[in-house]
Design a protein around this ligand. Structure first.
Ligand SMILES: [Zn+2]
Ligand SMILES: [Zn+2]
Length: 102
């Protein structure tokens, strides 16, 4: 079944998605990039390692068309969300500092 690995058989066009106009991340909207086919496709056009249809939880996604691994997510960039505090945390901290002054 995998002898066609790495070859675009044009089946990806069924799952091909258009570029979002509003600039939303494609990865966030559940789209994956197949570098072999050169297109963004939906998860419906992918399968996992065991050749089950991919779902939202699937990490290892393979293109149904060329059977190559596709990227489902951008790599986590550490540090971006690190220093963000939730409003609750900020409130707690404020309370603490206020208590100290009393
Ligand atoms: Zn293809
Ligand atoms: Zn592909």
């Amino acid at each position: 079944m995998h002898k066609d690995r790495g070859i675009c058989k044009d089946t990806c066009k069924e799952y091909k998605v258009r570029k979002p106009r509003d600039g939303t991340s494609r990865y966030l909207s559940g789209q994956v990039r197949c570098q072999i086919c050169g297109v963004f496709i939906t998860r419906q056009g992918c399968h996992d390692k065991e050749e089950n249809p991919a779902n939202d939880e699937t990490v290892d996604l393979y293109c149904n068309c060329c059977n190559c691994m596709v990227r489902s997510k951008p790599r986590n960039k550490p540090g971006i969300e690190r220093n963000k505090k939730t409003p609750q945390e900020e409130y707690d901290e404020l309370k603490k500092t206020n208590q100290k002054t009393f």
